[in-house]
Design a protein around this ligand. Structure first.
Ligand code: NAI
Length: 370
């Protein structure tokens, strides 16, 4: 069996707990992974003066593949997001977030099986901003007046939304190639081109051009983002592969996670041409951090995606099967799970993060001896 060296960033909040669970499950899957553990996030600012130390970035570049727990980003002030920095530094342009129903989760929907593909490098997320009252903000206000495109309020802050042909083409092509590779039949491009004609309009035009190259092989449809949200809530099973600009993809991922039972169940991957960083959709969940309550499923499923990426398909499948089995039995599910169903109000006797992980490891070992 090939040994793979993988960079592991445990992260903040519940990250160390879900990462420890993930490591146990990967080990029980039979995959041979050597973890190179490096820090990132709020906790390492004191020691390294930055939430993303240079040696962490170097480790990912050296090993090419990483898995990370969530990292806290202060709202409004403080450092910019480690996640955004990583995606930019490593050109991780595609954020892939499979959303599928698991049995026994008490989720609002069954039979959901779609993949959100989110553009990861530009749009409002790029962090190009002008603070209220800054010289840059004043120049921007003056420019808009000069150009006659509109009068901006003098006491406003600004975030620039840019959508490029290059990034749009990369992400839409990725979505179509993903569909072909994974036997999926339809790509839906989501936009707000009716209002933002020069940004989303450009994205939509590029999407149509790329879609034409795949005509006859993969179906293509377009949805305006607000209607898309309503359609997702009405009937999520109608979607297959969904490709969205950065911010819409971020919001749609959490919405989609809510349909299948919550953030504890939604895995993800950030993919570039040279590097791949796997991580759950959820954040650091400070409200439950350090209490052994976190659901590690999302990070464990992210690890299964990582094993597939590394060519370790058997180990990945063993993890998917074990997760299905543990949820089917429903004896060991964490507190977030039974609360989400419409009829279920309480998970009277929830499993801890450790107990859930024990059940998964047990299941993997049981299969091994069959
Ligand atoms: P969150 O995803 O951390 O939490 C939202 C809610 O879902 C909370 O009630 C939390 O307890 C629950 N939750 C999330 N994951 C769970 C899990 N695995 N098991 C059980 N319950 C879970 O989102 P929030 O509160 O908006 O963000 C907290 C911090 O995380 C912020 O600093 C944010 O910037 C950061 N964040 C980091 C991400 C990353 O590193 N990839 C992604 C999203 C947010």
């Amino acid at each position: 069996m090939t040994q793979h060296i993988v960079t592991l960033i445990p992260g903040d909040g519940i990250g160390p707990e879900t990462s420890a669970a993930m490591k146990r499950v990967v080990e029980a899957s039979g995959a041979d992974i050597l973890w190179e553990e490096v820090p990132a996030g709020a906790a390492c600012i004191e020691e390294f003066g930055t939430p993303l130390p240079a040696h962490t970035l170097e480790a990912i570049k050296r090993n090419k593949v990483a898995i990370k727990g969530p990292v806290t980003t202060p709202v409004g002030t403080g450092f910019r997001s480690v996640n955004v920095a990583l995606r930019k530094e490593l050109s991780l342009y595609a954020n892939v977030r499979p959303i599928f129903s698991l049995p026994g989760t008490g989720a609002r929907y069954e039979g959901v099986d779609l993949v959100i593909i989110r553009e990861n490098t530009e749009g409002l997320y790029a962090g190009i901003e002008f603070e209220r009252g800054s010289e840059g903000a004043k120049k921007l206000i003056a420019l808009c007046e000069e150009e006659g495109v509109g009068k901006l309020p003098h006491n406003a802050g600004f975030s620039i939304k840019s959508i490029s042909v290059t990034a749009s083409e990369n992400i839409v092509r990725y979505a179509f190639e993903y569909a072909l590779e994974h036997g999926r039949h339809k790509v839906t491009a989501v936009h707000k081109a009716n209002i933002m004609k020069y940004s989303d309009g450009l994205y939509l035009q590029v999407a149509r051009d790329v879609a034409a190259e795949y005509a006859g092989r993969v179906e293509f449809e377009e949805r305006i983002v607000d209607a898309f949200c309503m359609n997702m809530v009405m009937n999520p099973a109608q979607f297959d592969v969904v490709v969205l600009p950065n911010l819409y993809g971020d919001i749609a991922s959490d919405l989609a996670a809510g349909l299948i039972g919550g953030l504890g169940l939604a895995p993800g991957a950030n993919i570039g041409k040279d590097y791949a960083v796997f991580e759950a959709v959820h954040g650091s969940a400070p409200d439950i951090a350090g209490q052994n309550k976190a659901n590690p499923t999302a990070e464990i499923l992210s690890a299964a995606m990582m094993l597939d990426h590394l060519g370790e398909h058997e180990a990945a499948n063993r993890i998917y099967d074990a997760v299905q089995a543990v949820y089917s039995r429903g004896e060991h599910v964490t507190a977030d799970i039974r609360k989400v169903g419409l009829e279920q109000t309480e998970n009277a006797n929830p499993a801890t993060c450790t107990e859930f992980t024990d059940a998964l490891v047990e299941e993997l070992k049981r299969k091994e001896t069959l």
